[in-house]
Ligand binder design. Sequence first.
Ligand SMILES: [Zn+2]
Ligand SMILES: [Zn+2]
Length: 1073
Amino acid sequence: MYSAEFYNWCKVELLLVKASECLRKKFEQCWQHKYKVAWSNSPGCRQNFMNNVGLNVCRHVGKIQKEYLEGGDIKKWDLSIFNAIFTMSDLNRDKVFQANLKRLMPIRNSMAHHSDKKISTQEYQHYWNELKGILLFLGVTDEELDDILHSHSSDSKMYILNENVKKSIELKQEGNNLLKEQKFKMAASKYTDAITLPGLPDGDLSVLHSNRSFCYLKLDKYAQALEDAKLSKRLNPEYLKAYIRLGKAYEALEKYDKAVKNFDKALSLDMNNEEIRQMRSDARRLKGLQERDNDESLHELNMKSRQEFNAMKNKDEVKKMMFKYNPSLEHVWAGHEYRDDQNYSMAVECYKRAADMRNAEGMYNLALFMIKGHGVSKDYTQAFKLLMEVSKFDAFDKRNNPVVGVKEAEHSIALGYQEGSIVEKDLQLAVVWYEKAISHQSGMSANNLALMYTNGGDGLVKNLQQAEQLFLCALNYGDPNAMDNLVHLYLMSGNINKAEKWNEKSKKQGSKLARQREEPIAKMILQSNAHISDVIEWEKGLNLPFENMTVHERFFRKLSYEHPDKPEVLEALQGLESIRNKSDRPSPTKITTKGYKYDFEVLAKRKDTSVFSNRMYFAVLRFMEAMEIFSDIGRRSIVVLDNDSRSFINRLSECYKLEHFVGSMPVDIREVMRKHVLLLLSHSDRAVKHRENSDELAFNQDCRFCHAVLNMQSDESIDFLTECIKKYPNNEFFLELRGCLYNFKETRESALRDFNRIDGILKDDVDNLYHKACTLKLMSRYKEATVTYNKFISVASADHRKVPEAYYSLGTCSMGMSKKKKNIDTDSMARYYEQGLNAEGKQIPFFLPYESTTKELLETMLRTIGGLSKIKGKPVVKLADPFRKDLIVNHRRGVRDFGEVLSSSNGHAIKFTAKPSKTQSAPVSLVGLKPTYLNEIDPTSDHVLNGFVLELTLITEPFDNNMSISFVAEDNNSNVQRVSLYNFDKKHTLAIGAKISIINPYLRSAMDGKPLIRVDDPNSVIVSPHQIVDMCHYCGKGQSKYSCSKCKQSKYCTKECQVLDWKEYSHKLICIP
Ligand SMILES: [Zn+2]
Ligand SMILES: [Zn+2]
């Protein structure tokens, strides 16, 4: 790999390192001799040193060396430091010693200037002669010198690596300084110099790549910035900055989805980081998907209502009245005033007072301030408690007005669960709370939940129909952001015409994004047909449905059909790495946290229930033991091959042999362990040379195995394993590991050869069967893979963590085989999928939720060919629409309230309506009218749709309040809206189930601020002779047989519908006998 000149350079470096080691020892001796105490890295010792020798020395060394000196860690001191110490102090004035020192320094200096790290043989001879004498004088033995020069053994490499680490730290420092001066190009080249040093630990490299990524970003080299950021992440998946760099790079490349995801990840590593939060919301904005944050709309709302209030003429009196009616409101309003002036601490005081009086708005605002840490110290626990308390309030008061703060609190709770910001992340709970807030008419929540369904993932099934429904719901509740999101949804699903229509509306509302989208949408309209035509062709050929799918998914479906093995490249390492990289999963190996203990307890309970649990139990136990020993021996400065070291290797290798992934650990610990194990290995190699007994040989194999596992990511690991296999041809662990690495490098033939060899040693070993099956699948040898997977399943215990994966893989194999036969075997795919799901249920709890790309692939496939409905058919129906429920329940409440008012006022209802801002009337001619639908009408703007017809079906009984006839109606897409007909005298023609067409409908923002369809000219309503007879009051089916036994009016098609109508639509409100 390296040239002879490089090795020459290394050897001289090694000799110099040896020299500085000698000087270190000398220093310790002299120190002890002079001060009568042994040198230690204690503050006292350091102080003593700085007071005497150090001060002078500090003035004569470089900045970095000065830092090392002051740090007092003697191990970090290098030759030039010791040289300075000995020449400037009286620690050792021995003449011969000083003379040797003098000879040493020029060599060191000329080496430091060998930037190409190459030394010719002649030059090397010269240095060698010089150094040999010096080192012998300093007490190095001939054998030691021999060792350095003639062994290519690992520890000599180790020294080089150490030197490189030091050098890289210097270079990084220089780079960082240049960064501060905004000299990005120069900084990048410093980092490059550091990165190219061989043998740096992953953790250091990760930081260097991250820093260089930052430089590239500043230099507008985005692709390079991305490359570096990716590398940084791969080298250290726990490194926060790697994700920030990834986010920034993706953002620069306009891949906002990925940017947001990475900022999410960064935020999950540091929840309180406001800077990252800001980056993420910027990326979100760029992505064009406006997620509603907590409080902004409320802020505006309050401003608006208060401004309106201030504009009132008799406001002081009204104010007095309001505060008398609700005394805590005075504090809330005062709080808002302070908040708007950014006097946060006073605002908090006011909110606190209101909160003490149990005012929901006050409590909610107080919670928000606690989350932000404005005017009060950050306290998520307390804030969350407050929010939960507010959420218990009634969302509406007696007059059916919303109680400010309640749905907002519910929204905040949901957001907290979604983001994992103030509570532990839990998407299921986020959905529950969003739904709750939506049921209280929160547009923000409808918007956010719709976004979750738009994007899917994280255990939530993507559902575009539901997303559309919810965006429309959000619009009806007045959240204008939903409009741009709706455009995005239509763009995604390839519904470009709809996207264009809504974009037009959004543009009218002044959306900047809509203006930006105009041109690309126009282009897409031109291209779309050409683009997707062969996908359509293919879908037609196999008669596949495509509703509810994005264009991307349709491409993906075709692609995965053609290459069933493609998405699994990632899987090639067979979980060796995948689990360790997932920091968000409770890992069984977090050493100090409760999670670990808990996991271990779970295993202890299960250990006798299955072979796999038993193995896991012992793997974890061995790992714990190994870590315990290492916490002691890892601190030693000298690595020796004593009993402790032996039992450490013994435990660690046991753990690795049982289950590799159990032994994952934080990068920094792994780094220390890696070095330690490397030294132990070199000792062991030497020991084996001396006495080749079986114990020694077994230990050597264990050492090698630990080393190999700890260095799995290194390029040389395959070479190393090959060497091991040559030495120990019957050790299946080396073969297994090498096979996995071959797979990772996509050299499948070699991988298969290794696994077959294991088969010769151990017939039908569980893990080997699994590896083999995967390899066969990746080679598209589906038949053999199927046989092998089945064999694996028959041997493995039910809770083996690869059993579900095996079933899913069988599903994709079936897909692969069907490709050859040109027909899709949906049944067997569905069967495998179901078996996979069942197998998941048998997993050890901490492996859940089960994540697998194979499963995702199979799921997408099944979902889109109708196979999924065979398993868990829960189709989205219109009945899930929260807006429908809201309208129906409110309609019924209106009916009931009116009845009560009527009976209390002896039949004289108060007539009260506001004059509409626009007039609606029937057209002169019916020619040229175009049909329209509710999902094409912007509910946030008050407008008449001239030239359009809206066809509707009544889904509630119409209700006459003496002024107008109102009802809830649905259109042919099952979207719903309220309708009010004025001046309409043919009331008798209308009933639930009636179908009407409204010409020139008027979308009016009603008095309650929400939209309804208003008709003023009765001639614009055409009642159809066709209607749904005996319509079920819940689901809308005709010819319903059952009637409510109490009111005898409402019809139902089934008992279930009746129960649901009672429960969900509050039938009670209108159930009057
Ligand atoms: Zn029904
Ligand atoms: Zn009834």
